[in-house]
Design a binder for this molecule. Structure first.
Ligand code: ATP
Ligand code: MG
Length: 432
């Protein structure tokens, strides 16, 4: 319907008569006036219907409209300081398009399971809408950032014949009579891409059959995995922090309305755009934790309480460098001096959001990797193609993986990762 104006564009039409296709998000009315909360997917704003100024049947319709009925409203755009959106519609005419009765999600409080069971409808609610608008901006800004920095996107396969990292948390499926696995990462393929194109990134869904029931884990999540040839870790860390700061800047610039809907502290977000981010080695982090009464010993991985403490200590995203080799993937470059650690870093977000990036410089030597495959009990023949990358012009290279939903959850200031993706998949949820 080409003559319809989007709510988000109405500011261009002040004083003009426009036609809007919308759903009724909510309604208040008295005998003389009805206030309709209109949403059309682009934004929410109010339509005002004064009984004395419209035909009787229009006012009667307005009074009887139930939540989520769809309408076409004709009216005049007016600037209004009291409105959150800044503009309102003085409705002249209203036409019913689709009826709605007993819409299940009402303004009253609902439990999370109920809302998740109605996720297909919950998406229409203001806060969910705001989170997913931000997600869209972060996706858009990701393409912009990597395009501006000379990366090309390559798509890694989702069906694979082995695990990339040798964990057991894989979803298995039947592939014409033999097992196949849903990719848990695109990293090894990204390395092949970097050797072909220099700087690449993958951006796709990844799958982990993790039985962890935390507020940070999904079984299906989207990952951005840049990989850069002729690059050492220090330079990769610079790209990582610039990328994260860029995402925050773009959300601040382009999602003001969504940030307000979520009551997100924008000053705090602004602080996270200040670079460089602090860095602490794993060794120093262990010492810091011990000084603060954590019971942890060298060699153990950090869980949520440890990550939260470290990032809160710095009040900023912080890189934790050079973890013990034992707890990291087989392909990471060993430290030239300290043989028990690898050249890697996790970027941990403040406010308790935990790890948002895991990255490393990659081992370049064929012999070393062959040895590593044995240590990690990975079948050499499955990795022959990967070892070819070391046989034919191996170069220093680095890369990282950023979890889209972790970042969306953090920037949106939400409690739980399940709201950062349209249809979450978790240990207990595969529906709708
Ligand atoms: P964690 O220790 O937090 O479970 P990880 O170290 O297993 O994460 P990586 O393999 O380093 O994760 O994956 C890279 C990034 O992908 C992480 O930094 C995180 O942002 C994201 N990520 C990893 N697992 C999940 C998950 N189950 N759900 C959502 N995002 C995830
Ligand atoms: Mg990690």
């Amino acid at each position: 319907m080409k003559d319809l104006v989007s709510i988000i564009d109405t500011k261009k039409y002040v004083g003009k008569t426009v036609k809007i296709g919308a759903w009724i998000a909510g309604k208040r009315s008295s005998g003389k006036v009805a206030f309709l909360q209109l949403r059309d997917g682009t934004a929410y704003f109010q339509g005002v219907i004064v009984k004395a100024k419209v035909r009787d049947d229009v006012f009667i319709l307005a009074k009887h409209l139930e939540q989520e009925s769809s309408v076409i409203a004709v009216g005049v755009i007016r600037k209004d300081k009291r409105s959150k959106f800044g503009y309102e519609l003085d409705v002249i005419n209203l036409e019913l398009v689709g009826e709605s009765h007993d819409y299940p999600i009402t303004p009253k409080e609902h439990g999370i399971d109920f809302l998740m069971d109605h996720r297909h409808l919950w998406l229409r609610s203001r806060k969910q809408h705001a989170i997913l608008q931000m997600r869209n901006e972060i996706i858009r800004a990701t393409y912009e950032f990597f395009n501006d920095h000379g990366f090309i996107k390559i798509d890694s396969p989702i069906l694979t014949d082995t695990s990339a990292e040798g964990t057991t948390d894989l979803f298995e499926t039947d592939y014409f009579g033999r097992p196949a696995f849903l990719a848990q990462t695109g990293q090894l393929y990204a390395e092949a891409g970097a050797m072909a194109f220099g700087k690449v990134f993958t951006f796709g869904p990844t799958f982990r059959a993790e039985k962890s029931k935390t507020r940070r884990h999904l079984t299906e999540f989207w990952m951005i995995e840049p990989e850069m040839a002729f690059m050492h870790q220090e330079e990769s860390l610079e790209i990582q922090e610039q990328y994260v700061a860029f995402l925050i800047k773009k959300v601040l610039e382009n999602c003001d309305y969504a940030l307000d809907a979520l009551k997100r502290n924008k000053e705090l977000l602004k602080k996270y755009t200040k670079l460089p981010y602090p860095k602490i080695t794993y060794d120093d982090a262990i010492a810091l934790l011990k000084e603060n009464d954590f019971k942890i010993s060298w060699g153990e991985d950090f869980g949520s309480p440890e990550e939260t403490f470290i990032a809160n200590f710095f009040e900023s995203p912080v890189f934790i460098l050079n973890y013990p080799k034992e707890i990291k993937a087989f392909y990471m470059k060993p430290h030239p001096v300290r043989k028990d650690v690898v050249i890697c870093a996790d970027l941990v977000a403040p406010e308790g959001y935990g790890e948002i990036i895991g990255g490393s410089e990659r081992a370049v030597e064929l012999d070393y990797l062959e040895e590593q495959l044995k240590i990690y009990h990975l079948k050499a023949e499955d990795y022959e193609w990967y070892l070819d990358l070391r046989r034919f012009g191996s170069v220093p290279h680095s890369g990282f993986g950023l979890g889209l939903e972790r970042v969306v959850t953090w920037i949106a200031g939400k409690e739980h990762i399940r709201e950062a993706i349209p249809f979450p998949r978790t240990l207990n949820r595969l529906f709708p």
